[in-house]
Design a protein around this ligand. Structure first.
Ligand code: GLU
Length: 483
């Protein structure tokens, strides 16, 4: 494993558990880690925390890596696979047993439940009462012989006050007595074995082995940090700096959860958000850009100025309007080639016969639609009447039923030449048709839009007509109005 060099001390990591798809909270943590690493020319590393065998799934690992890649969060070394490091984890536990910092606890589930019920009845906070901290060897053997399963617990001194200087939250203080009693660091530890090492222990062992300089993670890990600091001490390991980032909240101000529907990066992708907009938006979830920078920026621009001083302590409320605005900005900045590339797969999925149109035609369509898009998916909905002969909306139908609307369109059709038209001839043809049919220009224009697109809203009418004219679709659509 690459364990760092003295030359650049900044080494950060994202440590996702592959028990689900890439969650927006994890992705935001990834963004902050990436920005900090890039700001300082350090390393952004990944560690896949797959020690929970039952819940971990390689398909989730793949989804997480794909999501990070899609967002542009490149990492600097092969991801560390936590389960491959179990020997190191066990040896650290052995060290804690040997130094008297840890012990085997033989309390059964039933005993622990009874203990918690008693605490609840007395209105006390649930905690392990350290009942097996000082078992004699004979007692241990007795429990073992009786077939009891052991856990290994790490001693937590209730009198301890744990402090650290958090890069986001400032001076932090946690009482040892509030950590719930001696903590389990390994499960299923038969008398002579170490069993399955657990989260707080393995994170400390791995962060130290990876020479992580700054642990940047969500504030839901604050209590873990207090526990982990005690483990660093007991194992005599160098302690990293900590930055706890604010939670992401839903519209009601509660922690964003699965119940809020869209929470995984793939969901946002499927809804038509671009990676650039989502990454930009996540940067703003808890960080405010320096004055004058505005809110639309690239990850690299943010990395040039990223600092924890501008990370808020308060939770960050998810703001769909801002995300939509950013997504619109990103789409408007795209050239027609890039937009066409992004829309092509969506058009194909919608069964539009894109191969019947030339690339030049599709690029013109992108130019036409680009300025009005908020989501990529809008580029499917708005492109539809260009690819597919549209159904008339009720409003479009009423428009065409206005007296003389059809005769105006008939006059226009009669004037359309065989060769493609340009913008000024299109204007002229409209004027001539109005004269010939004796109708107002407004009526003809609105009816033309209804005939061409089947609806009354859409992009610039003349450009719309020119595009449909260039593919010969305008005549068919006009004729259809009175056939
Ligand atoms: N696997 C942990 C999680 O996904 C990592 C927490 C940490 O960064 O230490 O929450």
């Amino acid at each position: 494993m690459d364990s760092g060099s003295a030359a650049n001390p900044v080494r950060v990591r994202l440590a996702p558990s592959p028990t689900g798809t890439l969650h927006i909270g994890t992705a935001r943590t990834a963004v902050f880690n990436w920005l900090f690493a890039r700001r300082h020319g350090g390393k952004f590393l990944l560690r896949i925390e797959d020690t929970d065998k039952e819940r971990s799934n390689p398909a989730f690992t793949a989804n997480i890596l794909e999501g990070l890649q899609w967002l542009g969060l490149d990492w600097d070394a092969e991801p560390v696979i936590q389960s491959a490091r179990i020997a190191e984890h066990r040896s650290a536990i052995q060290q804690l047993l040997d130094s008297g910092h840890a012990y085997r606890c033989f309390a059964t589930e039933a005993e622990l439940t009874a203990m918690r019920e008693q605490q609840a009845a007395l209105k006390q906070a649930p905690r392990y009462d350290n009942r097996h901290r000082n078992l004699s060897l004979a007692q241990q053997q007795e429990y073992s012989a009786a077939g009891r399963q052991a856990t290994i617990r790490f001693c937590i001194d209730d009198q301890r006050s744990i402090t650290w200087s958090d890069l986001v939250r400032g001076e932090m203080r946690w009482a040892g007595a509030d950590l719930g009693g001696d903590m389990v660091i390994a499960r299923r530890a038969a008398a002579d074995q170490i069993g399955d090492p657990l989260y707080n222990l393995v994170v400390v062992v791995d962060d130290a082995a990876m020479a992580i300089s700054h642990v940047i993670r969500g504030e839901d890990h604050i209590a873990n940090t207090a526990k982990q600091l005690l483990l660093y001490e007991a194992l005599n390991l160098a302690i990293p700096k900590f930055a706890h980032t604010p939670l992401i909240l839903n519209q009601e101000g509660k922690k964003l959860s699965k119940r809020d529907g869209v929470t995984s990066v793939a969901d946002f992708q499927a809804m038509g958000y671009t990676a650039a907009a989502l990454a930009n938006y996540m940067t703003l979830l808890g960080w405010s850009a320096p004055e004058g920078m505005g809110e639309r920026f690239t990850l690299n621009q943010a990395a040039a100025v990223f600092d924890f001083d501008r990370v808020n302590k308060a939770g960050a409320r998810f703001d769909w309007d801002k995300l939509n605005w950013l997504n619109g900005q990103v789409l408007h900045e795209l050239g027609s080639e890039q937009l066409e590339q992004q829309l092509q797969p969506l058009w194909q999925a919608a069964n539009f016969a894109i191969e019947q149109k030339t690339l030049a035609w599709r690029l013109k369509l992108c130019n036409l639609l680009g300025p009005s898009l908020t989501l990529l998916a809008d580029g499917v909905e708005q492109a539809k009447p260009f690819f597919v002969q549209p159904e008339l909306t009720p409003e479009a139908l009423s428009q065409l039923q206005i007296p003389n609307a059809i005769s105006g369109l008939q006059a226009l059709l009669a004037l359309i030449p065989d060769h493609p038209i340009d913008s000024s001839s299109a204007q002229q043809l409209i004027n001539q048709a109005c004269e010939a049919a004796g109708i107002k220009k407004g009526l003809l224009m609105k009816s033309l839009r209804a005939a061409l697109l089947g609806r009354l809203q859409g992009p610039d009418l003349i450009e719309t007509w020119l595009l449909l004219n260039s593919s010969g679709d305008d005549r068919l659509r006009l004729q259809r109005c009175w056939l």
